[in-house]
Design a binder for this molecule. Structure first.
Ligand SMILES: [Mg+2]
Length: 120
């Protein structure tokens, strides 16, 4: 599970200790995943050092206390073998069809005007 812009509001970098409030619906979404038995791992570029991971873990525990004690909040910036899928605001889905992936990618570019300047 990505953090910024997926379950946390992000309006630009503030500091390593600042994470925005949960996005509307994030709580219900995560509750549903927990109810379905998913094991949630936070995958974030923020998680560079142990201190960063602790900040994120505290944020998750504070805002989503329903995540069971048995499920320790894991935080990483490494793509782990255990990952079954990603929920990420930057993800382009790929299900074996490159044309379809390009459609999603082109829509993503349209939705992110700043990106259009970067890839020119
Ligand atoms: Mg994100």
């Amino acid at each position: 599970m990505d953090l910024d812009k997926t379950i946390a509001r992000y309006d630009g970098w503030v500091s390593r200790d600042h994470i925005g409030e949960p996005l509307p619906g994030a709580r219900e979404f995560l509750q549903t995943l927990v109810d379905q038995g998913w094991y949630i791992i936070i995958f974030s570029a923020r998680a560079e050092e142990a201190q960063d991971c602790e900040v994120i873990k505290k944020w998750v525990r504070d805002w989503f206390p329903f995540i069971p004690e048995s499920q320790q909040v894991e935080v990483t910036n490494v793509k782990l073998r255990e990952f079954e899928c990603f929920v990420d605001d930057r993800a382009i889905p790929f299900y074996g069809d490159y044309h379809e992936a390009l459609v999603y990618l082109n829509q993503y570019i349209l939705d992110h005007p700043k990106l259009q300047e970067v890839i020119k």
